[in-house]
Design a protein around this ligand. Structure first.
Ligand SMILES: Cc1cc2nc3c(=O)[nH]c(=O)nc-3n(C[C@H](O)[C@H](O)[C@H](O)COP(=O)(O)OP(=O)(O)OC[C@H]3O[C@@H](n4cnc5c(N)ncnc54)[C@H](O)[C@@H]3O)c2cc1C
Length: 459
């Protein structure tokens, strides 16, 4: 039992707020992005600085409290919040410093990707992130980081140079290739298992205006398009990224009215090569089959990063199932067309993200992220604003995944998994799992950091 005195002591030691049940902010502060998640923590420590994080980690450990870490709060399984325990909420830690000469950016643990894009774009620079600007930097990075720049610049972790962490014993370390290389290896894919990351240092690339946007085709052309895409995207120049999707056209601008609410297949492109070569690069794409809709053109990179934000505000119901894919066989394509054509709600979708190109040049044991030889990460997402449709979106995603899973590579991208159990986590880390356990044994033997895709210590 936590005494009032303990809580008051914690409060007095924090620069940030300590939020408790009954306080005016509690119900907002405990909400995460996925509206399906409804957890009630005992305390939420909205940390202002590293000192606050150290205090909160020590408090959770000394009082045997379950500890959750909230970066951007986007995790579909709700791993940024917990019942009864203490949440370390980093949303007030949003410092960013761009070093244009060194081409790096230092980012505090509570930033979302839109914060980073805004800061770096002013210098004509960018680092690889995801497809939605409201996703947290911390959770996305620690799981790997797949996005529009994967084929050209690798995963987000391939651009992580250094990180500051508060460990389970309350100590503070900076990790890099030179400093604590075991932890540096583990956090590049191993999630929040090893400590609270208070800041990240990323490499930046000269990426400013890109040639990007979605193209849609009729469902009847989906099988042909997928067969063409599987060959095209693995051979395309690395400056070109494009993920394949089944989706329902949202009923609003910029989409023409005659396409509203129609289920289509599409590819969302992002080309970062020389602008004068953009049209030539897209010529074979446009000439294979004329798209129903072609919204691809020059756009500032942060605009591309936030294209889908309005469709996906916080609070919708989300259910995810995922797999890595080595080959898109004709049989798998037939199943994708079958289930992709039966998307249950306007927000639901399926995405097939390329993780080839530069991401393949890093070996499977060089970072904790293991599936370096996979060609795609596929995710089936049932989404809807109405909780009454929860069962429908879950049933579609599960049925689709059950049918398709036999054609997959085995594990799944940890950031696309919900609660799937230890076997799935082991299947995802494969040969890297034992090394992760050894590092966990060394730095977090009591498993203080366990509200995550958990690597259990063996001591
Ligand atoms: C709409 C949407 C779009 C997405 N798009 C992409 C995409 O394009 N590419 C991609 O790779 N992923 C994508 N994801 C998945 C995303 O990477 C994960 O959901 C990720 O967990 C989100 O990170 P977060 O910080 O927002 O999450 P949170 O819910 O805050 O945390 C998630 C996990 O990370 C841990 N964690 C958070 N902060 C820290 C920290 N500072 N130190 C240590 N551990 C921490 C938590 O313990 C928890 O286990 C998307 C998710 C959504 C909902």
């Amino acid at each position: 039992m936590l005494s009032e005195e303990h809580i008051q002591t914690l409060k007095s030691r924090l620069r940030g707020e300590l939020i408790e049940p009954g306080s005016a902010e509690y119900d907002v502060a405990r909400k995460v992005y996925n509206g399906m998640i409804d957890r009630h923590p005992r305390l939420i420590a909205r940390c202002r600085d590293v000192a606050d994080v150290i205090t909160a980690v020590n408090f959770a450990r000394d009082n045997d409290l379950l500890l959750a870490i909230r970066g951007g709060g986007h995790n579909a399984g709700g791993l940024g919040v917990c019942d009864d325990g203490l949440v370390i909420d980093l949303s007030r830690m949003k410092g960013i410093r761009v070093d244009p000469e060194a081409r790096t950016v230092r980012v505090e643990g509570g930033c979302v990707w839109g914060d980073v894009d805004h800061a770096t774009h002013a210098f004509g620079l960018a680092t690889p992130c995801g497809f939605i600007s409201t996703t947290g930097v911390a959770g996305l990075t620690l799981g790997g980081g797949i996005g529009h720049l994967t084929r050209r610049c690798g995963l987000t972790v391939d651009n992580l140079l250094e990180a500051d962490l508060v460990l389970a014993d309350g100590s503070f370390v900076t990790v890099s290739a030179e400093k604590s290389p075991d932890l540096y290896w583990a956090i590049r894919g191993g999630g929040g298992n090893f400590g609270v990351v208070t800041s990240f240092l990323f490499r930046l690339h000269p990426i400013d205006t890109v040639y990007a946007g979605p193209m849609f085709w009729e469902l009847e052309q989906a099988a042909d398009m997928m067969r063409w895409y599987r060959d095209f995207i693995t051979r395309a120049p690395e400056e070109l990224n494009g993920f394949f999707a089944f989706l329902v056209v949202p009923p609003g601008p910029p989409f023409p009215e005659h396409l509203h609410n129609r289920t289509v297949c599409g590819i969302v492109w992002c080309y970062t090569g020389p602008m004068e070569q953009a049209e030539t690069t897209f010529e074979p794409i446009r000439s294979f089959k004329t798209p129903l809709l072609d919204l691809v053109g020059p756009l500032p990179y942060p605009v591309v990063q936030s294209l889908f934000d309005p469709i996906y505000p916080p609070g919708l119901q989300w259910y995810w199932k995922a797999d890595f894919v080595n080959e898109l066989s004709d049989e798998a394509i037939a199943l994708d067309v079958k289930y992709g054509s039966a998307i249950p709600t306007m927000h639901s979708t399926v995405h097939i993200y390329p993780i080839n190109g530069a991401a393949h040049r890093v070996g499977r044991n060089e970072t904790a992220f293991s599936f370096r030889e996979a060609t795609w990460a596929q995710v089936i997402v049932g989404v809807d604003p109405d909780p009454a449709n929860k069962d429908r979106i879950i049933a579609w995603a599960r049925e689709y995944w059950d049918a398709l899973h036999p054609y997959s590579a085995g594990g799944a991208y940890v950031n696309f998994m919900m609660e799937e159990g230890d076997d799935r986590i082991k299947a995802t880390y494969r040969g890297n799992y034992e090394r992760l356990v050894a590092i966990k044994n060394k730095y977090d033997p009591t498993n203080l950091f366990r509200v995550n895709q958990n690597i259990k210590p063996s001591v």
